[in-house]
Design a protein around this ligand. Structure first.
Ligand code: AMP
Ligand code: MG
Length: 484
């Protein structure tokens, strides 16, 4: 018996049965721990100190489920690159919901734990590289104060998975506020039974209570709250230069957390058209398209709620449209505030928007590094170095200084605002790839060093130097792969 302190309370299984299939993870021959997240375990109230490494590995590979776990795979559908498909957890199995010491309810879920009825011919497995990538980037996002699923552990399973070559198989343990996706609602709507969608709405409201319930209609309150959370999430992504890469509706969580780290990467050189994913040929999920895609996904969500928004179909459509249009206005406001914060502006002035777009345009023309340009501005002296000798930049800098002088707050407050919004370090893709390559060959040191460097991304220190340089031309990585 594995000793653990899980407090399971598995409410998802109270939903109608069409939403899930109960099943056990497929046992693996030789589980071995690669990495565990001690600080997350503590936050979750989990203590494995009395559990031997072998027993921990057996648990984190699904060979020995902890008491109270009731494993199941979730059913869902989704638009992938705009095309509707039936999906579901094809290689993920939830253990159930754990209650943390502070009363938070979280899903604990395996990724890579074997086939399920939703695998559609896939092997249900995952390779070590992509699982460590999810671990690394999700933990970096958390440290950046961006809502995200978390990663509790990665274990290898003692088997090989076959992608382009044979690779060590691995299982990630993911922790999330829930795994309810836009695609879960699309799946519910497909059942053509008002009770099914109603039960999912009621369930989602319990797990993610709308922030304001002033409206008569609780489905509308839910829709508005989900829209608000996505506005916040996408604004964060844009702030730090994060490109999710596969914003299919099944990869949008209603919790407002970033989920499904596949081909995601952080932008080095500022370019709104940045795309990393090898399968995103048309740039659907390019950096600058993310707000519009989020809105498109939310429109698919709103459609599933139509029967609950009003008995009159026409009226329901109008209500949904108004809510979805609200995304555009809310995003514009949030995005402007975010950009103001990045350059230390307090209050509002008519010139603010052009001040920011002119800086971004200059960065694009100069092929400037997104993170480091903002970092260079976060000093009390003008930034030094060759790109800043440019006349256009100097003129911009003078305009910026004049605008800062109109600030209602002192310069010190501007600098603090900028420091809180401009990371000093991000997981740069060339380094991510390097550490994953080393880890795949058994050397975890570079991965752990990078993880450590990403723990306090708003505090500059000389130790961070090796992680702050953009890639040299020969180090640049233009493509990332899902690795599924
Ligand atoms: P993703 O691109 O990771 O969001 O996955 C899209 C869909 O493919 C989901 O339904 C996954 O569960 C499924 N999937 C991805 N990889 C595998 C795999 N190796 N075996 C079975 N299903 C998979
Ligand atoms: Mg997915």
């Amino acid at each position: 018996m594995t000793k653990s302190t899980f407090q399971f309370d598995n409410t998802y299984l109270h939903l109608p049965q069409v939403f899930y299939t109960k099943l056990q993870p497929t046992p693996v021959p030789k589980p071995e721990i690669v990495i565990t997240n001690t600080s997350l375990a503590i936050d979750l109230g989990l203590d494995f100190s009395d559990t031997s490494p072998d027993a921990q590995a057996a648990m984190l590979a699904g060979n020995q489920m902890p008491e109270g776990a009731e494993p199941f795979a979730q059913a869902y559908a989704g638009h992938q690159f705009g095309h509707f498909t039936m999906l579901g957890d094809g290689r993920a199995i939830a253990w159930g919901e754990h209650l943390t010491p502070t009363g938070q309810r979280v899903d604990i879920q395996f990724k890579g734990s074997g086939p399920t009825p939703y695998s559609r011919g896939g092997d249900g497995r995952a390779a070590i590289g992509p699982m460590l990538r999810e671990y690394l980037i999700s933990e970096a996002m958390h440290a950046l104060n961006i809502p995200t699923t978390r990663s509790l552990a990665v274990v290898t399973n003692g088997e090989q998975v076959y992608r382009e070559t044979a690779l060590p198989g691995a299982i990630l343990t993911r922790v999330a506020s829930s795994h309810i996706r836009v695609g879960t609602f699309q799946y519910a709507a497909l059942q053509q039974d008002p009770k099914t969608i109603r039960s999912l709405v009621d369930y989602t409201i319990k797990r993610h209570p709308p922030r304001s319930v002033t409206k008569q209609n609780e489905s509308l309150s839910l829709l508005e709250s989900i829209i608000e959370k996505q506005v916040e999430l996408i604004t964060h992504w844009m702030r730090v230069g994060f490109v999710h890469g596969v914003m299919n509706t099944d990869n949008m969580a209603l919790s407002g957390e970033t989920i499904d780290y596949g081909p995601c990467a952080f932008m080095d050189t500022y370019n709104p058209g940045t795309v990393f994913s090898s399968i995103d040929h048309k740039g659907r999920y390019a950096y600058a398209n993310q707000p519009a895609i989020a809105q498109w996904n939310l429109a698919r969500f709103a459609e599933t709620l139509l029967p609950l928004l009003d008995d009159d179909a026409e009226k329901a459509r109008e209500i949904a449209e108004e809510a979805i249009n609200g995304f555009g206005t809310a995003y514009k406001d949030k995005s402007l505030s975010m950009l103001r914060a990045k350059i230390g502006l307090f209050g509002e002035s008519a010139e603010d928007e052009s001040l920011m777009t002119d800086l971004l345009d200059w960065m694009q023309r100069q092929k400037a590094d997104y993170t480091n340009t903002f970092l260079d501005l976060t000093n009390d002296a003008p930034p030094k170095g060759e790109p800043y000798e440019d006349e256009t930049f100097k003129k911009w800098h003078t305009r910026w200084q004049a605008r800062l002088a109109k600030n209602t707050e002192p310069l010190e407050s501007s600098l603090s605002l900028m420091r809180a919004n401009n990371p000093v370090v991000i997981p740069r893709n060339h380094q991510v790839e390097q550490v994953l390559e080393a880890a795949t060959h058994g050397d975890l040191k570079p991965l752990k060093a990078l993880l450590a460097a990403l723990q306090k991304p708003y505090e500059n220190s000389s130790d961070l130097k090796p992680y702050q340089s953009p890639p040299k031309p020969e180090e640049k990585i233009y493509q990332t792969f899902c690795g599924t």
